[in-house]
Design a protein around this ligand. Structure first.
Ligand code: DGT
Ligand code: MG
Ligand code: MG
Ligand code: MG
Ligand code: MG
Length: 264
């Protein structure tokens, strides 16, 4: 078949492969969700429906992409870990990033009416996405610790802040002023003594985010290694399991114990 004289433009489309044999983390984040959450009357500081909708979209993405072995979500963001041996779309960066971001976004919109039956979408939400590669499990573990520390720090601050405003009658400026420079223990103390709130009794989803783990199919012999280990374990790369085992596309939401010390 003759090639059109225009076909040369195809040669401008450069390959963009991800390095082989590295872990890939995909993170997406709601675009302008400060405004989106206001317009759709999200409860402050945490809207359970909104968080459950994020989890639902994430679960759908994991069902559609078996190469994702772990998901972690908080606020308007979700992170996903792709197995190191992943060959999805020949590891083309733009294809993976655009397809996963798009798939999550459509799932979010698709399931919106289930979680917000009384609140029609005022405009189409969108998400931005990025891919980051990490060479070893140390960085992967620290990445998820980082996101979970962020969840804790933000949630503690937001919980006290909105208690001061909603129950304490402060203006937002006054609440910011009162909390300026306070450490975790002081925030916990304000919550307990002024509002009778025991921070540790708040829902796990709010305090620790949502973790979706692809469960391994139980086949003999039982796997003895897990993908993400305790931070105290000193990992030697040579000892790591070669790749995350192939598993059923079956995900479950669970709380993840804090794996990093929050910093303030
Ligand atoms: P961006 O990501 O640069 O486009 O900007 P935003 O506005 O999405 O900001 P970001 O991602 O740093 O912060 C997330 C915003 O979403 C933040 O303003 C609070 C809001 N948000 C997320 N989850 C909830 C929730 O459960 N309840 C409420 N009221 N707001 C939430
Ligand atoms: Mg963003
Ligand atoms: Mg955002
Ligand atoms: Mg965000
Ligand atoms: Mg096409």
């Amino acid at each position: 078949m003759a090639v059109s004289r225009f076909a040369y433009v195809k040669s401008y489309e450069l390959p963009d492969p991800i390095l082989p044999n590295v872990y890939v983390v995909f993170r997406l984040d709601g675009h302008g969700f400060h405004r989106f959450s206001d317009i759709h009357w999200f409860a402050k500081p945490n809207d359970e429906r909104a968080l459950e909708l994020m989890d639902r979209a994430a679960r759908d993405v994991m069902d559609a992409y078996p190469d994702i072995v772990l998901g972690f979500g908080e606020s308007d963001e979700f992170s996903f870990l792709l197995r190191r041996s992943c060959t999805l779309y020949s590891r083309r960066q733009s294809k993976i990033l655009s397809t996963l971001t798009s798939h999550f976004t459509s799932c979010y919109v698709f399931h919106w009416p289930t979680y917000f039956p009384e609140t029609p979408l005022a405009y189409p939400p969108s998400f931005d996405g990025r891919l980051v590669v990490y060479p070893t499990q140390t960085e992967v573990r620290d990445y998820f610790s980082w996101r979970q520390s962020d969840t804790h720090v933000n949630n503690l601050y937001n919980t006290v802040f909105w208690a001061l405003v909603q129950q304490g009658g402060m203006s937002t400026t006054e609440a910011h002023e009162k909390l300026r420079g306070t450490v975790s223990s002081a925030k916990n103390e304000i919550l307990f003594t002024e509002f009778g709130i025991n921070y540790n009794k708040l829902p796990t989803r709010f305090r620790k985010g949502s973790t979706l783990v692809r469960e391994e199919e139980v086949v003999a012999p039982l796997p003895t290694e897990t993908m993400i280990r305790e931070p105290s374990t000193n990992l030697n790369d040579d000892e790591l399991p070669p790749a995350v085992p192939e598993v059923e596309a079956d995900t479950s939401v669970q709380g993840l114990d804090p794996v990093g010390q929050p910093t303030e």
